[in-house]
Design a protein around this ligand. Structure first.
Ligand SMILES: Nc1ncnc2c1ncn2[C@@H]1O[C@H](COP(=O)(O)OP(=O)(O)OP(=O)(O)O)[C@@H](O)[C@H]1O
Ligand SMILES: Cc1ncc(CO)c(N)n1
Length: 269
């Protein structure tokens, strides 16, 4: 890679009109982690901090075309997958992944439910996600309820839960800790299980924490870090974004802020 060329990350995900999650969070996290962010939208959501009021899926052929445009010209050093939504979108995303050169890491955030409680994955898309997408993941990053839904067992936890998700085909798993009292992430790959602890920050502005985490992880893989090191860095980046979350924006859970915008002034001011 030429020293002047930053790593390029591609998010294949949904848009959050409220700017907290989805591609809006992904592009900010990519930039915060020193990479150039590109995007292929899977769905547009009319969304704010309290609800998702409408979803407009992007036609499958157009998802593929967006990925082709990026891959053919800019190149891609890591991919992050977010909202899939429907079985048809899962099939299109799988087709789009065939355009990504072999060996490029793919981080899959198996988005199911928004922080506001809205469902973002049709129940009938679950099988397509498991069959078409998870086996292609370098790292899959479910939160606790998503991991249990993928494992098909609501009683599992810790290393057993991570192993049940890894059995679906991804090389590594991070069960993220935002839904635990201690916000400890559980990483597992072929070498074993590693806990990734860290301080728990007050809740109330964690909308987009999962997207930020998965994108930061992809960005660190794009920089050449190994999955475990990238997962440790992603925990730090996401926790920082939660700590600086914009709790005064909106009436629900405020957007995370990976760029800590309150500490900045307008350029030239
Ligand atoms: N209150 C918190 N304090 C510190 N770190 C947190 C907190 N909440 C989440 N995190 C970290 O943020 C990352 C994302 O975890 P989380 O489990 O919240 O994802 P998620 O539920 O998919 O997020 P969302 O659906 O809101 O985008 C993890 O690394 C997790 O440890
Ligand atoms: C578009 C989109 N993707 C992912 C999430 C998960 O937080 C969300 N709320 N919205």
């Amino acid at each position: 890679m030429s020293p002047r060329r930053p790593p390029v990350c591609l998010t294949i995900a949904g848009s959050d009109s409220g700017g907290g999650a989805g591609i809006q969070a992904d592009l900010k996290a990519f930039a915060a982690c020193g990479t150039h962010g590109t995007s292929a939208l899977t769905a547009l959501t009319a969304q704010n901090t309290v609800a998702v009021t409408a979803v407009h899926p992007v036609p499958g052929a157009f998802i593929v075309e967006q990925v082709r445009a990026v891959v053919d010209d800019l190149g891609v050093d890591a991919v992050k997958l977010g909202m899939i939504g429907s079985p048809a979108t899962a099939a299109a995303v799988a087709e789009a992944l065939d355009l990504v050169p072999a060996g490029v890491p793919v981080v899959v955030d198996p988005v199911m439910v928004a922080e506001s409680g809205a469902r973002l994955l049709d129940p009938e898309a679950h099988d397509a996600l498991v069959r078409l997408i998870l086996p292609r993941a370098t790292v899959v990053t479910p939160n606790l309820p998503e991991a249990r839904a993928l494992a098909g067992d609501a009683t599992l936890d810790g290393a057993e839960l991570a192993a049940a998700v890894r059995a679906l085909g991804p090389a590594a798993v991070v069960v993220t800790g935002g839904h635990r009292d201690e916000a400890t992430d559980v990483f597992q790959d072929a070498d074993g299980t590693t806990l990734i602890p860290g301080p728990r920050h007050p809740d109330g502005a964690a909308h987009g924490s999962g997207c930020t985490h998965a994108s930061a992880l992809a960005a660190h893989l794009a920089h050449g870090h190994a999955p475990l090191e990238a997962a440790r860095a992603a925990r730090r980046v996401a926790a920082h974004a939660v700590a600086h979350g914009l709790r005064d924006l909106g009436t629900g859970a405020g957007p995370v802020d990976v760029l800590d915008v309150r500490s900045r002034t307008a350029p030239g001011a």
